[in-house]
Design a protein around this ligand. Structure first.
Ligand code: CP
Length: 337
């Protein structure tokens, strides 16, 4: 169903801008705790997964269904095939179809496309460009939502911001510790990049702890530092765990892969094996200011975060996961009504 004007995409939070993000979260707060009223009756959301998901898939599908809409759910390699995203390419390789054609066709079947693209995992210089999700947004004629690319996870960013607002009220000047934690299988860095954007657009004091070699993407850091200049927020990176958590109201744990070792799994695993003491426990949390724990999940219990914290009063992780549902409902209403 091609639209009349260019659609609004959500590839990164900056696509909505701070005011619209706040409007979406105000609406999400109103929607929380009330069933949908069929606002999306007659609308279909297409969902394409090139990688696995539990929360994003389930919460997005539940959000559409609760608002009276329908989902069309497709998984790469079982429901369809490799897609080429480079414009002008000679397609004599693996991919039998171009995103340009798939996006044009699917735009005639659905009202919105929500996509979790593949991550090649070979070169950060390549993956950091988010070429696949960018290609979908160029070629689709309906809104495209990024359900987690290499660089960004804007849906998680919305739920994270909603959760921090619920917990702390006004966020400017509040202290957020983002802590790298050890995991045998590190996750994408996109969650942290979107979290930094969300927190700094609200003027938070953000302190990031990570070991040497786990620096965040330089382009994203430059972008969010510019944002912080406008909002009065601040960002420090490369801190020790204790220094980041000292005085923090929120401690956000995430294991992300080293962008230096990116593409070299053996080297990455070898470096991480020396970092098993990077984890969250009660002793660390006590350094904060009545600190609460957030985590995008999935969590490796007693590797990333202790059971005592996850199962105790400091944990916001289920509230945070629930807020995926409410914030996505608000986003859907914003983009589709
Ligand atoms: N937080 C998050 O995106 O979870 P999933 O990978 O399970 O979707």
């Amino acid at each position: 169903m091609p639209s009349d004007g260019p659609p609004t995409h959500l590839i990164r939070l900056a696509d909505l801008g701070p005011d619209r993000v706040r409007d979406v979260l105000d609406l999400a707060a109103r929607l929380k705790g009330r069933p949908g009223r069929g606002e999306l009756a007659g609308k279909t959301a297409g969902m394409l997964f090139f990688r696995g998901s539990l929360r994003t898939r389930a919460s997005f599908e539940a959000a559409v269904n609760q608002l009276g809409g329908q989902t069309l759910n497709l998984t790469a390699m079982s429901d369809f095939w490799d897609l080429e995203e480079r414009d002008g390419s000679v397609m004599d390789g693996r991919a039998p179809e171009h995103v340009k054609d798939a996006a044009a066709v699917l735009s005639r079947y659905v009202d919105l496309l929500a996509i979790r693209p593949a991550q090649q995992g070979l070169s950060w210089d390549v993956d950091r460009q988010d070429r696949e999700i960018q290609a979908w947004s160029r070629h689709a004629t309906v809104p495209v939502i990024n359900m987690e690319s290499a660089q960004r996870h804007p849906l998680q960013g919305l739920a994270d911001l909603m959760t921090m607002r619920e917990q702390l009220g006004k966020l400017d000047g509040k202290r957020l510790a983002v802590t790298w934690v050890h995991s045998p299988e590190p996750a994408t860095v996109g969650v942290v990049h979107s979290l930094l954007h969300a927190a700094l657009q609200e003027g938070m004091e953000v302190r990031v702890a990570h070991p040497p070699g786990y620096e965040l993407d330089g382009g994203v850091i430059a972008e969010v530092e510019e944002l912080a200049q406008d909002t009065g927020g601040s960002l420090s990176t490369g801190l020790a765990l204790e220094d980041a958590v000292e005085g923090a109201q929120i401690v956000y744990a995430r294991s992300w892969q080293s962008l230096e070792d990116y593409g070299n799994k053996t080297l990455g695993a070898s470096h991480r094996s020396r970092l098993t003491d990077w984890k969250i426990d009660e002793k660390l949390m006590e350094l904060g200011d009545d600190a609460k724990l957030m985590h995008a999940m999935p969590i490796r219990r007693n590797v990333e975060v202790s059971d005592a914290i996850l199962d105790g009063p400091r944990s916001l992780v289920y509230q945070q996961a629930e807020n995926r549902l409410h914030s996505q409902k608000a986003l859907l209403l914003t983009l589709l009504r």
